[in-house]
Design a protein around this ligand. Structure first.
Ligand code: AMO
Length: 439
């Protein structure tokens, strides 16, 4: 069958008349009404109705369909007939049905949406859960998001790079590392391409981006944390925090606009209409943010990271005043942010670091970086880290490195907020969390 024509269900139209088509997919449902049998066949693009009339359809086809189990893989060659009540407004009257792979029954879970399954059951049988059209739609949109990120950053002069995921040191103080055995040494899974991005600024790449996995050995078991996520990272030379914030807000608007334009069918399946925020996004100072949180009843001490409750209060207040979901929190305390964030020259307790928020969830963080070797070494020490373990990172700073800035944007959090998805696990094919290591 591989050399033959194959039509996706959405390429077929009622107007095709009695033209011959061939579809291939999974048996979604079989309804035997006595004189007539409906077999729904599902492919990547949708569902088609295959109709067998007991009086006119060859008996070998009728008995073949009767013996099929749900979720078996079949091909159907037949002729198109307009049928208003069928999905897509047509049905296929079959000339040939071929079984390619028989599915055992009972199935580990239902694919028709008639029986609700909890998230754990769904993730245990993820291969079959992913067959559900509304789950599939999330990953279609994920593809569109990645495509639009790539095209946007490329058009802005960024070069895509990939850097090692097996590393010798931590990059983000605060979050734990996953140790691994690297021959006779201990190594770690990288938490962020941060140090590599910065080294590439010294190497003269000027503008780079990377889309790749990052690993965080965080114990959190929450709706917004995973232990392996995909990070969209950029770094730009001769740029400060304000420059890269502008790139970030334009990127967000671009992605939302492109997804609305190119992924309409998937958005409809999910019944969501993304709300596009127009730049410039609100820039809220950290000091103002904790004031808002305090007024809302969440006591925070200056220097503390924002709690989820504080983020919720702030997100609501900002939405009330700006009517937008996205906003930046800027001017973070230097002590709260990683060692590489550049302090303000005349107010060193505040840094040129920022977070991009969507309502109550942080989706990105970034900063202008320190590009002076001595200052950077000092900051590493101040954060209780050892400059010796950063030797290969620190070296480029001694031999000519431009001022630079960048950010990291979590792809899963971007998708959660774009599609209004409550639990981050739904945005990853095979999530890795505190408890889950397979499938
Ligand atoms: P940060 O640690 O804030 O910054 O990470 C950047 C973004 O990555 C996503 N993210 C996560 N998403 C889900 N679960 C997690 N455990 C998780 N950890 C991170 C978030 C977050 O905003 N090097 C800096 C970036 C930079 O300054 O360029 C960094 O990694 O969306």
């Amino acid at each position: 069958m591989h050399s033959e024509r194959r039509d996706y269900t959405d390429q077929i139209t009622p107007e095709m008349g009695s033209e011959e088509v061939t579809i291939a997919g999974w048996v979604h449902e079989i309804r035997d009404l006595g004189g007539i049998i409906f077999m729904l066949v599902r492919d990547r693009e949708g569902i088609a109705q295959v109709t067998l009339f007991k009086k006119t359809t060859p008996p070998r086809l009728v008995s073949a369909v009767k013996s099929l189990s749900r979720e078996s893989v079949v091909t159907v060659r037949g002729r198109v007939k307009p049928e208003k009540k069928a999905p897509g407004g047509y049905e296929i009257v079959p000339d040939e049905i071929q079984l390619l792979s028989k599915a055992a029954s009972p199935l580990p879970m239902d694919t028709t949406g008639k029986v609700d399954a909890d998230l754990e059951t769904r993730l245990d049988s993820r291969f079959i859960d992913l067959r559900r059209p509304e789950v599939h739609a999330i990953f279609r949109i994920r593809h569109h998001v990645l495509q639009s990120v790539r095209s946007f950053l490329t058009s802005e002069g960024f070069i895509e790079v990939t850097t090692p995921k097996v590393v010798a040191t931590a990059t983000e103080g605060g979050t734990a590392l996953f140790p691994i055995t690297y021959f006779e040494r201990e190594a770690f899974l990288n938490q962020s391409p941060q140090l590599f991005k910065q080294m590439l600024m010294s190497a003269g790449f000027d503008r780079v981006f990377e889309i790749g996995p990052i690993f965080r050995a965080e114990e959190h078991d929450t709706r917004k944390h995973l232990n392996e996520v995909t990070s969209i990272d950029i770094e730009a030379s001769f740029a400060d925090h304000n420059d890269v914030m502008k790139i970030l807000e334009r990127l967000i608007t671009h992605v939302y606009t492109e997804v609305c334009r190119d992924a309409e069918k998937s958005l409809n399946r999910l019944k969501v209409t993304p709300e596009i925020s127009e730049p410039p996004f609100e820039r809220l100072k950290y000091a103002e943010a904790i004031e808002i949180a305090r007024e809302g009843g969440e006591e925070l001490v200056w220097g503390e990271d924002l709690t989820t409750a504080a983020e919720t209060i702030i997100g609501e207040v900002i939405h009330e005043t700006t009517k937008a979901n996205h906003y930046f929190i800027i001017d973070w305390p230097t002590e709260t942010k990683p060692f590489y964030a550049m302090p303000h020259e005349n107010e060193p307790e505040i840094s040129k670091a920022f977070d991009l928020m969507h309502r109550n969830i942080e989706i990105s963080s970034g900063a202008q970086r320190i590009h002076n070797a001595e200052q950077l070494t000092e900051r590493i020490k101040e954060q209780g880290l050892e400059p010796e373990s950063f030797e290969s990172y620190l070296k480029p700073f001694k031999y000519g490195i431009p001022p630079h800035a960048g950010w990291g944007l979590g792809l899963e959090r971007l998708l959660m907020t774009l599609l209004n998805i409550e639990n981050i696990r739904n945005t990853v094919l095979f999530p890795r969390d505190r408890k889950r290591l397979s499938p």
